[in-house]
Design a protein around this ligand. Structure first.
Ligand code: IMP
Ligand code: MG
Length: 183
């Protein structure tokens, strides 16, 4: 895909690379959750693309549900304040929950999510994340299934947005600083 150089600085991870990685990770999930009550939870909206890619590769019985947390608004830095905008439709008691996220950055959102699920008596709760920016971590969180560790760059595409744009790009791209300069 050809991108406008004013908006997109570079492609960090191509859709092709992601696809290969998803094959590996999904094979692990299929093996690890065989015979369990797998519930895949998509964290809206950013995880929607990686969630669909994972779901297509799941070959064992599973259920899905969706949750939305408050976002950054149109800033590139977390406010540290997290809220549940949309909760799960169903209870998770006895289920083996796999949370699917686009990225773990400061880790604040994931910590909040794990804390709010911890009282719901799931059999297990684990984290699947396409991307990880460990250099920006503010709380101790580590994805159980991770696609790619990335440096401290603001990325868009493959579901990730800046001010709700760019989610449709088929690669993970570095956003040009001029797009968010002065914000
Ligand atoms: P955390 O609470 O700081 O870990 O932030 C997690 C959320 O911030 C993710 O689910 C994303 O929605 C958003 N986020 C963090 N880094 C980026 C990025 O580089 N691009 C787009 N969204 C990001
Ligand atoms: Mg998100």
């Amino acid at each position: 895909m050809h991108y406008s150089s004013e908006e997109i600085q570079s492609i960090l991870i191509s859709g092709g690379e992601i696809s290969k990685k998803m094959d590996e990770l999904a094979a692990r999930v299929n093996a690890d959750y065989a015979g369990k009550e797998l519930l895949l939870v998509c964290i809206l909206k950013g995880a929607v693309v990686v969630f669909a890619e994972l779901l297509k590769r799941i070959t064992i019985p599973c259920e899905i549900d969706f949750m939305a947390l408050s976002s950054y608004g149109s800033s590139t830095k977390t406010t540290g304040v997290v809220r549940i905008l949309k909760d799960l439709d169903h209870g998770i008691e006895g289920k083996d929950v796999l949370i699917v996220e686009d990225i773990v950055d400061s880790g604040v959102s994931m910590r909040y999510l794990l804390d709010s699920l911890s009282v719901r008596r799931a059999a297990s709760v684990r984290i699947f994340s396409l991307l990880d920016k460990p250099s920006r971590r503010r709380v101790e969180i580590e994805p159980d299934y991770l696609g790619f560790e990335i440096p401290d760059l603001f990325v868009v595409g493959f579901g990730l947005d800046y001010a709700e744009k760019y989610r449709n790009l088929p690669d993970v791209c570095v956003l040009s600083e001029s797009v968010y300069a002065g914000r």
